[in-house]
Design a protein around this ligand. Structure first.
Ligand code: HAM
Length: 413
C-alpha cells in the first residue's frame, strides 16, 4: 500500500493521537517482524479460521522453512511476550503496536490484502477492569478524532469449559441439517462448530438461525466476569450494546469479545475488534497468562473519518519559504535557510533555479505560512519583507536568523 506525500499528514495525525492516548494509559510500544513461522499463526489464530485456512500469505524460505506474512498482530505480540521473558516483570504488561498485516481476501472498500493495524494487548490480568479499560482506550481515541455514531458491541463467548458443553448443544441443533452445510462447515462440525455461526454462505446462515446462543450457556464464572465488565464500562460512561452473535473470526478468544461498528455507507463498518484471550500465551508455549486486547484497521479508520467529513488538520506545513533572485541571492537564501533550520524552524528554499514567480507558486503549493524574497536590494540593505501568507501583511525584518525568528515567534503569540 502506498501513502503519497499529500496524504501522509493524515496517518501522522492519527498516529500522534494514538501515541498521546497510549501514553496517558501507560501502554508501551512493541515491534515485531513482518513474518513469523507459519506454525505461530496456525496454533495462535487457529487452523479452522478463515484467516489460516484461506487467507495467509505462506511460503517456504531458502532454508525450506514455512513462513507467513503476519495476518494480524496478536500472535506476534504474544510470541514477543514469551520470548523476551516479559512475564518476569510486574503485571500487567500493557503493549501497543502499529503493524502492516496481510490477508488474501477479496479486495473491496475497506478490505485490503495489505492493511495496517493499531493494536493493544494487555498481559497478566484477568480482571474485568482490563477488558473495560481497553474498550475505554479505543473509544476515547475515536472521540478525540471527532467520530460520531459508533456502536460498541460486546458479547461473551465463555471459557473452554462452558464452550465444550455448548459445542455439544450446538452440534445437536445442527445435526438435523448437517447434509445441507457447506463443505467448510462440514469440516468444522467436529473440530470447531462455533465457527459455523460465522459462515458467510446464505444456506449456512439460514441453518444457524435459531441455534442456541453461547451467551445463554456460559458458566457462572464467565457470566460474573461479563457482568463486571458491563459495570466498569458503565462507570466509564461508555454506551454499549450486547450482540450475542459476535463470535469473532479468530480462535483464541475467551470470555469478552467486542467490535466497534460505524455507520459507513461506502466501506466496511467493522472498524475495531478484540477481546480476552486467556489461553493463548500458554497455547504458544508460555506459562498460563490471562490477556486481552484489540486491533483497529487504520485504513478503515481513515475511510470512516472521510465518510463523516472530518477534516484532519495538516500540521506538517512549512513555516517559511525563502525565495531568491539569481545565483548570488540564492546563496544567501540557502545560508539563511540552514541557519533557521538550526534554530528549529521549518524552512524551504529554491532547488531548481526558478524565477521568483514560480518560486512563490511553489511556496503556495507547499502551504508555507510566511515568505521572504531576497533580491540584490535586500542583500545590500540587509532588510527584507516577511509576508504572512494568511493575511498578506508584510513586516520589514533584518535579514538575519534571529530577527526573522523573533518576528515569527511574536506573531505566533
Ligand atoms: P480482526 O477483527 O481480524 O482482529 O481485525 C481487527 C481490525 O483490523 C478489523 O476490525 C478491521 O478494522 C481491520 N481489518 C481486518 N481485516 C482487514 C482487511 N482485510 N482490510 C482492512 N482492514 C482490515 C484481529 O486482528 C485481532 N488480532 C484483534 C485483537 C487484538 N484481539 C485481541 N487483540
Amino acid at each position: 500500500m502506498d501513502v503519497i506525500p499529500e496524504n501522509a499528514y493524515k496517518w501522522q495525525f492519527i498516529e500522534n493521537k494514538i501515541r498521546e492516548i497510549t501514553g496517558e494509559f501507560g501502554v508501551s510500544e512493541v515491534r515485531t517482524p513482518v513474518f513469523e513461522h507459519t506454525e505461530l499463526f496456525q496454533r495462535g489464530v487457529g487452523d479452522t479460521t478463515d484467516v489460516v485456512e484461506k487467507e495467509m500469505y505462506t511460503f517456504n524460505d531458502k532454508g525450506d522453512r514455512s513462513i507467513t506474512l503476519r495476518p494480524e498482530g496478536t500472535a506476534g505480540a504474544v510470541r514477543l511476550f514469551i520470548e523476551h521473558g516479559l512475564f518476569n516483570n510486574p503485571m500487567p504488561i500493557k503493549t501497543y503496536y502499529f503493524t502492516s498485516c496481510y490477508r488474501y481476501e477479496k479486495p473491496q472498500a475497506g478490505r485490503l490484502r495489505e492493511f495496517h493495524q493499531f493494536g493493544v494487548e494487555y498481559f497478566g490480568t484477568q480482571s474485568p477492569t482490563a477488558d473495560a479499560e481497553i474498550m475505554e482506550l479505543v473509544m476515547l481515541l475515536y472521540k478525540r478524532l471527532g467520530l460520531k455514531g459508533l456502536s460498541l458491541n460486546i458479547n461473551s463467548i465463555g471459557c473452554p469449559v462452558c464452550r465444550k458443553e455448548y459445542n455439544e448443544k450446538l452440534k445437536d441443533y445442527l445435526r438435523q441439517n448437517y447434509d445441507n452445510l457447506c463443505d467448510t462447515c462440514k469440516s468444522r462440525f467436529d473440530r470447531n462448530p462455533m465457527r459455523i455461526l460465522d459462515c458467510k454462505s446464505p444456506v449456512c446462515k439460514d441453518i444457524v438461525k435459531g441455534a442456541p446462543l453461547l451467551i445463554d450457556n456460559i458458566c457462572s464464572e464467565c457470566s460474573d466476569h461479563f457482568e463486571k465488565v458491563k459495570k466498569y464500562l458503565e462507570a466509564a460512561g461508555l454506551e454499549y450494546s450486547i450482540d450475542p452473535y459476535i463470535v469473532r473470526g479468530l480462535d483464541y478468544y475467551t470470555k469478552t469479545v467486542f467490535e466497534v461498528i460505524a455507520q459507513n455507507k461506502n466501506s466496511n463498518n467493522t472498524i475495531c475488534g478484540g477481546g480476552r484471550y486467556d489461553g493463548l500465551v500458554e497455547e504458544l508455549g508460555g506459562s498460563s497468562t490471562p490477556a486481552c486486547g484489540f486491533a483497529l484497521g487504520m485504513e478503515r479508520l481513515l475511510l470512516t473519518l472521510e465518510e463523516q467529513e472530518i477534516e484532519i488538520p495538516d500540521t506538517t506545513n512549512v513555516k517559511l519559504y525563502i525565495g531568491s533572485m539569481g545565483e548570488q541571492c540564492s546563496f544567501f537564501a540557502h545560508k539563511l535557510t540552514h541557519q533557521l533550520r538550526g534554530e528549529g524552524l521549518s524552512v524551504e528554499c529554491d532547488h531548481l533555479g526558478r524565477g521568483v514567480k514560480a518560486q512563490l507558486k511553489y511556496a503556495n503549493k507547499i502551504k508555507a505560512e510566511y515568505t521572504l524574497v531576497l533580491g540584490e536590494d535586500e542583500i545590500s540593505t540587509g532588510k527584507g519583507k516577511l509576508k504572512n501568507m494568511a493575511d498578506g501583511i508584510e513586516t520589514v525584518v533584518d535579514i538575519n536568523a534571529q530577527d526573522i525568528l523573533n518576528h515569527i515567534n511574536q506573531e505566533e503569540v
